[in-house]
Design a protein around this ligand. Structure first.
Ligand SMILES: Nc1ncnc2c1ncn2[C@@H]1O[C@H](COP(=O)(O)OP(=O)(O)OP(=O)(O)O)[C@@H](O)[C@H]1O
Ligand SMILES: [Mg+2]
Length: 369
């Protein structure tokens, strides 16, 4: 998948930007605060979800602008597919409502995943394996979504049913058992579908990673674990999930949240070469595992969808030694997808194998080169 054109209006520090890019590597260089990560964030909003900073939409409007922003891209989703125009943004009159357009027509954000798959690595993700489960689960769900676009719908419906059940349980006078049972049936249906998609993504990744060497990027062994950190034994089936939710109404009402279910599951990673849990690995080892995971995942998506996801690698290059950096570029260039990389120095990107599109960013202005 390739973004052939990206234009931004009043998005963060970019008043108006227009970029044309080719397949292969796209290098963005510029000083701290120039607007590089903002460009990656804009691209990340072309996928379902809240983008790479998970910021509120209103924060993304350029300071001093009239209250809306727009992101527009032309995308080649695959060799045999016609180009598609994707757009998203907010209008001043409805600052809380995200607008999504696909070829000019209004669409739900979840349907963006049918056209484009986008994965990112950012400095904030350096702590992914040591922080709370939520970000890891969201990361896993992005990997799943890239392979199976229906995952967004299942997740949205699951979350909606979870919220509705929580509201009912919070008000015992309202907790009509039939209404609860119908919400729990939705939770079970969408929860089982989400779970099956997560497990099959992890199985595909494990198969891909098994063929890859431990160097130069450390290979992780991945498993899905429950909220208590126990490895999940088999897929959640619909009936078992219905029974689980029905049995936990009282506990969940007392806790004020759903205490068990697929929304509590977590991604566990172990450094294959040392057998150490990812959270106990060095920062460099953890970064290397994330990188090899994302690269293997790109191979999985290429196999399953016939096109690679767009990769956004924020400040990844600067943290690699020269030989690993060269290995990363070789691998990204050799595989044919599009990868956007940022760094403060043009020199980081000097020896990239082609094709390469280069941009210099300064104070929200973008120039080729
Ligand atoms: N809503 C906004 N309106 C205007 N400027 C904003 C807005 N939100 C953030 N900024 C500013 O945009 C600038 C660029 O941010 P960005 O994160 O893209 O920088 P960067 O080029 O990635 O820098 P670094 O190398 O430090 O990571 C920052 O100065 C930031 O404060
Ligand atoms: Mg940045």
């Amino acid at each position: 998948m390739t973004l052939t054109r990206l234009s931004l209006t009043d998005f963060r520090n970019h008043a108006g930007a227009d970029m044309a890019a080719g397949p292969g590597l796209v290098a963005l260089h510029g000083n701290n605060g120039a607007g590089k990560t903002n460009i990656l964030e804009a691209i990340s909003l072309l996928a379902p979800g809240r983008g790479l900073r998970r910021a509120p939409l209103s924060d993304m409007v350029r300071d001093g602008a009239s209250g809306g922003f727009a992101i527009f891209a032309e995308v080649l989703a695959g060799a045999d597919l016609p180009p598609v125009a994707l757009g998203t943004g907010i209008e001043p009159a409805h600052p809380g409502r995200r607008i999504v357009r696909i070829n000019g027509a209004s669409a739900a954000a979840a349907s963006l995943g049918e056209w484009i798959a986008i994965l990112w690595l950012t400095p904030a993700m350096d702590r992914l394996f040591v922080e709370s489960a939520g970000n890891r689960r969201r990361f896993l769900d992005r990997l799943v979504l890239a392979l199976d676009p229906r995952h967004a719908q299942h997740s949205n419906r699951y979350e909606a049913a979870l919220r509705a059940r929580g509201k009912l349980l919070a008000d015992p006078g309202q907790a009509d058992p039939q209404w609860l049972a119908s919400l729990e049936a939705q939770l079970a249906e969408h929860g089982a579908a989400m779970d099956a998609a997560r497990l099959s993504t992890l199985a595909a990744l494990a198969a891909e990673l098994a063929d890859q060497p431990d160097a130069p990027f450390a290979r992780p062994l991945l498993t899905l674990v429950d909220g208590e950190g126990r490895e999940r034994e088999g897929p959640h089936d619909v009936e078992a999930l219905k029974t689980l939710f029905a049995a936990r109404r009282r506990i969940d009402a007392a806790a004020g949240r759903a205490t068990a279910g697929p929304h509590r599951d977590d991604l566990s990673a172990v450094h294959a070469a040392t057998g150490r849990a990812a959270a106990r690995c060095s920062t460099g080892e953890q970064k290397a595992m994330l990188l090899s995971l994302v690269l293997a995942h790109s191979d999985c998506v290429a196999r399953a969808r016939g096109a690679r996801p767009v990769l956004l690698l924020d400040e990844v290059a600067a943290h690699l030694d020269p030989s690993r950096r060269a290995a990363l570029y070789e691998r990204l260039a050799g595989q044919g997808g599009q990868a956007w990389l940022t760094g403060t120095e043009a020199a980081l990107f000097a020896d990239m194998p082609g094709p390469v599109t280069r941009f210099r960013i300064a104070g929200g202005r973008i120039a080729a080169g």
